[in-house]
Design a protein around this ligand. Structure first.
Ligand code: UDP
Length: 324
């Protein structure tokens, strides 16, 4: 049994992580300031309401937690907002992670799994992005994640902290009982937008159908949130056996276009979803798909729910009647 502090544990992926940790018999402490997370999502483990920007409170929280590992989800996630207000993004993502690493060093917590992002790679130079792909982010959001990875590397070699960075592709879906799910305000992500539109009879814009892809719409690698979380459990096991910094690209390795996602949403909901083609969104690469060789071999991970329709179906169970 482990004792794990989960920053951002009241958020979408964080709350799924807490459930999975509890399901596996681990103790959970949620560290979240509830600035974008939901109190109702904290159902597994106790909540310590604390901002990563409040260094003294964070240090105290971590010392009190007496945990043996941290899973670090808390952060700002909106790419567009990071362009408009980069310093806020750097403060939360880089400054918050710096405070967390200091607090870990002071409390002698020696393992961390970090939510990184495919955004660190910038414009892809290969069809399946592997870990050797150059790190060349094109947004302050991507740069903030890349900076934290560098910080983790340095902290790992200086303080003997073991760190795993998981570079997420597109998280989607919800756990089977749909008691927790994705609830962002504003919601910018494709699948929840489409499902809300299916539920409420709204229209969704397709950001460009003139991309260099077979149907002209962008291709992404959608991963079930529970599969993302199971990779974190495997990452903790990985750190039992080794120190240092390790990074894995975390996707299914399957690309789905926006049009394919719309078709899946229509099939799952049985509703006609109204869409309209709009202009491209700035900074959207045409195709972002993971090479999954390293995560499969290194963590012994494999997705339990790789099919797009099954991912959308689980998300629909949440979105048709979300609890928050
Ligand atoms: N997208 C879209 N309409 C929307 C939201 C997203 O066409 O209302 C597209 C977006 O351009 C991207 C894909 O859907 O190609 C996934 O976008 P999302 O914001 O969900 O994730 P991202 O890939 O940006 O992390």
């Amino acid at each position: 049994m482990r004792r794990v502090a989960v920053t951002g544990g009241a958020g979408y992926i964080g709350s799924h992580m807490c459930k999975q940790l509890a399901d596996h018999g681990h103790d959970v402490i949620v560290i979240d300031d509830l600035s974008s997370g939901h109190r109702e999502a904290v159902r597994w483990g106790r909540l310590v309401q604390c901002s990563l920007l409040d260094a003294p409170a964070l240090s105290l929280a971590l010392r009190d937690a007496r945990c043996d590992a941290v899973i670090h989800f808390a952060g700002a996630i909106a790419v567009g907002e990071s362009v408009d207000d980069p310093l806020r993004h750097y403060a939360i993502n880089v400054g918050g992670s710096l405070n967390l690493l200091r607090a870990m060093r002071d409390a002698d917590v020696r393992r961390i799994v970090f939510s990184s992002s495919a955004a660190i790679f910038g414009e892809p130079r290969q069809a399946f992005i592997d870990e050797a792909h150059p790190i060349d982010p094109i947004s302050p959001y991507g740069r903030s994640k890349a900076m934290v990875e560098r910080m983790l590397q340095d902290a790992a070699s200086a303080y003997g902290i073991g760190a795993v960075a998981l570079r997420y592709f597109n998280a989607a879906g919800a756990e089977p009982s749909a008691t927790i799910g994705e609830s962002h305000e504003p919601e910018t992500h494709l699948i929840p937008r489409l499902l809300r539109a299916a539920r409420d009879g709204l229209q969704v814009e397709i950001y460009g159908d003139d991309h260099p892809t077979p149907d002209g719409t962008c291709i992404r690698d959608y991963v079930h949130v529970d599969d993302l979380c199971s990779a974190h459990l495997a990452a903790l096991d990985h750190l039992d056996a080794r120190a240092g910094f390790h990074a894995f690209n975390l996707g299914n390795g399957n690309g789905c276009s926006v049009r394919e996602v719309i078709a899946a949403v229509r099939a799952v909901t049985g509703r006609a979803v109204d869409v309209r083609v709009a202009g491209r969104r700035a900074g959207d690469p045409a195709r972002l798909v993971a090479c999954t060789d390293r995560v499969r071999a290194g963590l012994g991970w494999k997705p339990a729910t790789p099919a797009l329709e099954a991912i959308v179906e689980s998300a629909w169970r949440w979105h048709r009647a979300p609890a928050y």
